[in-house]
Unconditional design. Structure first.
Length: 51
């Protein structure tokens, strides 16, 4: 789960679709997840809302 700056929204990314990671040199501060919940709860809620 990560915040997408271009969409101004949280997104869930599938690990099996990620390529080789590389450093960009850009550092960003921590963000609070929507609703103040943990990442697992946020991800499950997001997936349930899709289907």
């Amino acid at each position: 789960m990560a915040f997408d700056e271009h969409r101004s929204d949280w997104r869930i990314f599938r690990v099996d679709r990620m390529g080789a990671p590389h450093r960009t040199g850009v550092r960003v501060g921590a963000r609070e997840l929507p609703g103040g919940v943990d990442a697992a709860t946020c991800a499950v809620s997001s997936i349930k809302a899709m289907g």
